[in-house]
Design a protein around this ligand. Structure first.
Ligand code: HMG
Ligand code: MG
Length: 298
């Protein structure tokens, strides 16, 4: 059965743009965030405070966070990899930070330059400080079904990391199929294990749509009582350190899909499509959202 309401957590300005080689000027990022809020999105991951040597596209996080119009009731979380990034984020008065341990050794080394265990230790430092400072902390686990370096991942490993994130004080944990290799079958296997200990209402699903399985995977996930879904405007996204990763499930496709299920999202699809067009036009490439293509071209 479908939930009556789904919370959409938009990752376009962060996950969506981090993989783009053409630098997106700060004012375009700010305008995109504004358009997303205007379309009714209430959670917009807006920047990351990772090493600028690792992800140059995100190097203007401070300028972005200091200059966005913060609409009351809208949450603008940012991604942080360590205490250094946390301190930089804190200077911009952010209210929520996201930490992101990997579900596999291979990806942890490539993405964070450390082991899974060392990553968890660093993220605990961040979470402890954030909790002390009264900020909300969101957790991600990446490569929850498959890793480009290590292959298929055991659901028990993901369940354990998820539990650790909750014990660090995360209010929510987002399960990331970083390279989009999951299927409804593997997602079910994963969730059967994870919900043995984690409350589904505190989980989120984060699907990259590399193999076109995003919506099918989501339908499988909704059956477990999960009501938060991550998506990216225009289907942008991917991680520069995950070989073969492509864009996230497109927010336009997600909203259309949920509408079809009779699930309330409070999103204005027309404004959303316009936001998708805005950023795709800037990047000079067609939108990855099929719904945007179908409706936008009409
Ligand atoms: P490292 O090189 O091992 O870092 O990188 P280090 O601690 O040895 O420091 C080296 C230098 O970087 C030092 O400067 C630090 O001060 C600086 P120097 O002394 O040489 O002048 N530094 C920083 N500068 C600014 N901000 C910081 C920061 N940290 C160190 N935060 C590190 C380790 C974790 C920093 C690096 O590997 C990194 O930034 N990784 C992040 C990569 C990334 O952003 N990936 C994409 C996001 S994850 C994702 O997309 C998946 C997700 O969507 C979920 C899913 O799809 O499943 C979340
Ligand atoms: Mg991602």
């Amino acid at each position: 059965s479908s939930p009556s309401k789904v919370r959409i957590y938009e990752v376009g300005p962060r996950d969506g743009l981090q993989n783009e080689s053409k630098f997106v000027p700060t004012e375009i990022k700010i305008e995109l965030i504004k358009k997303l809020a205007n379309a009714g999105l209430k959670d917009i991951e807006s920047a990351s405070f990772v090493s600028p040597k690792w992800v140059k596209q995100m190097s203007d996080g401070q300028e972005v966070m200091k200059n966005i119009d913060r609409v009351p009731g809208v949450n603008y979380p940012v991604l942080v990899p360590n205490l250094k990034g946390y301190q930089l984020a804190k200077q911009c008065n952010v209210e929520e930070v996201a930490i992101f341990p990997a579900g596999s050794e291979g990806f942890s080394q490539k993405n964070l330059n450390c082991s899974v265990e060392e990553g968890l230790r660093r993220f605990k430092e961040v979470a402890d400080q954030a909790v002390k400072d009264g900020l909300r902390v969101r957790g991600y686990v990446s490569c929850v079904v498959g890793c480009p370096y290590d292959g298929p991942i055991n659901p028990k490993v993901i369940a354990k990391i998820t539990d650790e994130l909750f014990s660090m004080g995360c209010y929510e944990v987002s399960l990331g199929d970083t390279i989009g290799v999951g299927t409804a079958g593997s997602v079910r296997k994963l969730l059967r294990e994870v919900v043995k200990t984690a409350p589904p209402e505190k989980l989120a699903l984060h699907f990259h749509d590399t193999y076109g399985q995003g919506l099918a995977n989501l339908l499988a996930g909704l059956e477990f009582g999960i009501t938060t879904v991550d998506s990216s405007i225009s289907g942008l996204g991917g991680c520069p350190y995950a070989r073969g990763a492509s864009g996230n499930l497109a927010t336009e496709d997600l909203v259309y899909f949920l509408y079809g299920l009779g699930v309330n999202t409070d999103i204005d699809l027309v404004k959303l499509i316009e936001a998708g067009r805005y950023i795709s036009n800037f990047l000079g490439k067609p939108t990855e959202s099929k719904v945007n293509r179908a409706i936008g071209d009409r």
